[in-house]
Design a protein around this ligand. Structure first.
Ligand SMILES: NC(=O)c1ccc[n+]([C@@H]2O[C@H](COP(=O)([O-])OP(=O)(O)OC[C@H]3O[C@@H](n4cnc5c(N)ncnc54)[C@H](OP(=O)(O)O)[C@@H]3O)[C@@H](O)[C@H]2O)c1
Length: 281
């Protein structure tokens, strides 16, 4: 039976991954923040899969909790076969308006969290010749205005993961980037928007971005199960691809990014940004 550790398992893709891997017959370790105060989240899993389901408190930014989780899992299970670094959130806003503390926290969760969990569990993954899935995003290969910190955190995850591919292959551990487009999870609700005051020179851009975001959020029709089922399917492959893009929007962005010559790609984006972000309101 495969042992699968999922970070940020309390919501969105993470929760769907828990259920997909449990249904598949795997042993699932669901990790998340403040689990004691939210017992209802895994009510069903606890009852239905009591023999192969474990909940672990792990805020990925707290290295002590990460270490403790690793010790506990080592004691209870010995090793893990699959690690899914899914925990993350978005910080949107102009670089000038975002507070330094917010900037650092974005990197702490999305990048350093991935680093710290991976480091803590690598010895157990090596034992099992296991697999690591790191959640990136379309914004992990495509910069976007007023999203610079989220993009930077996901570009960092991409650099980390691509580098680990060659580093870990000789030790039997495989890595794969998951790059979803826009899906309706709690991501939108949990977004952190910088508090731009009305005098900010980015005010118009921000207002347009928020409108655009709301419009897309309402329109989002892609089912998040596509991603959880897709990761489950990938996990059964003997050899993992370097990356997997999800969603029509994701695939279109990837096509533009990878196949257009750079100067054409940026001309297209310049035109789109001007039309979208500088629209009079
Ligand atoms: N939805 C999309 O359109 C989309 C697109 C591309 C990439 N992604 C990526 O997909 C991943 C999952 O996001 P989602 O869409 O499923 O959003 P979500 O529904 O908001 O779920 C995010 C999960 O991450 C957890 N989390 C946040 N900070 C954490 C921390 N410090 N320690 C541990 N867990 C933490 C949250 O826990 P709490 O319940 O405690 O808040 C929650 O379980 C993220 O990495 C995100 O960047 C999402």
């Amino acid at each position: 039976m495969r042992k699968v550790l999922i970070t940020g398992a309390t919501s969105g893709f993470g929760k769907l991954l828990v259920d997909a891997f449990l249904k598949n017959g795997d042993f699932v370790i669901a990790s998340g923040r403040q689990l004691n105060s939210r017992p209802e989240i895994f009510e069903n899993e606890r009852v239905k899969y009591s023999r192969r389901f474990l909940e672990i408190e792990m805020d990925v930014t707290l290295s002590e909790q990460v270490q403790q989780a690793a010790i506990l899992i080592k004691q209870k299970l010995g090793h893990i076969d699959i690690l899914i670094n899914n925990a993350g959130f978005g910080l949107f806003g102009s670089l000038e308006d975002i507070q330094e503390q917010e900037i650092r926290y974005q990197m702490e969760v999305n990048f350093f969290g991935t680093v710290s969990v991976t480091r803590a569990f690598l010895p157990m993954l090596r034992m099992a010749q296991g697999k690591i899935f790191n959640f990136s995003s379309v914004f992990g290969f495509m910069g976007f205005p007023l999203t610079s910190l989220y993009c930077a955190s996901k570009f960092a995850v991409e650099g980390l993961t691509e580098s680990l591919r060659g580093e870990l292959a000789p030790h039997g551990v495989q890595v794969c980037l998951i790059e979803p487009g826009g899906y309706r999870t709690n991501f939108g609700k949990n977004l952190s928007w910088s508090q731009a005051d009305p005098d900010s020179i980015y005010h118009v851009q921000m207002k347009n971005y928020r409108m655009l975001h709301e419009m897309f959020s309402k329109k989002k029709t892609q089912q998040p199960e596509e991603v959880s089922e897709g990761v489950l399917k990938l996990s059964k492959r003997k050899t993992l691809p370097m990356r997997k893009v999800f969603g029509q929007d994701g695939k279109l962005s990837s096509l533009l990014r990878n196949f257009l010559p750079s100067f054409v790609y940026f001309k297209v984006l310049d035109f789109y940004y001007k039309k979208t972000f500088l629209r009079k309101i």
